[in-house]
Design a protein around this ligand. Sequence first.
Ligand code: IMP
Ligand code: MG
Length: 182
Amino acid sequence: MSNLNARVKVRIPAAELARRIGELAAEINRDYARSERLVVVAILKGSVLFLADLVRQLTVPVEIDFCQAASYGQGQEPGEVHFKKDVDLPLRGADVLLVEDIVDSGWTVRALLDLLRNRRPKSLRLCTLLDKAEARVVEVPIDYCGFRIPREFVVGYGLDWGERYRQLPYIGVVESPSEENP
Ligand code: IMP
Ligand code: MG
């Protein structure tokens, strides 16, 4: 059994995540103060730790739901992304805030935003913990962004590498991925 922490270099420490998420929550509390119905839709699985810390600092009433994306074929092209798990709550007329772990090429979130827009919400915004802006292929409007990070594969705080490392309380980089396959 190897110790996960020993092989991962910290990029964003837990305290820094907590500080920034507090700021995001304050912004969201302000922006949705007059919302009649706010539904936070988190994208499984990567955003669950972020979601849990974010909503605990929201003072406006929220409903929470989940969706999961899957893509056909090898590449992620528009139209190829579909719901592996759809939201359960009705979204018509609601203020919907989509919560994602990381926006990379942008394909996933772009497709999910289009799918959710078809449900006729009153408003639809995106909140992502991480933004790998240099990797963007399709334009995605990000309303709330935790951190902009360079084009580097990160793990932890919900983000995985072959389903591992999600449990780490910080964002990090696997130092020697070739030593051990996920
Ligand atoms: P996109 O469609 O290229 O924007 O991909 C977004 C998805 O790819 C995210 O929801 C993550 O699941 C995954 N992803 C992208 N970059 C990373 C990373 O650095 N670490 C872990 N997962 C990532
Ligand atoms: Mg993901």
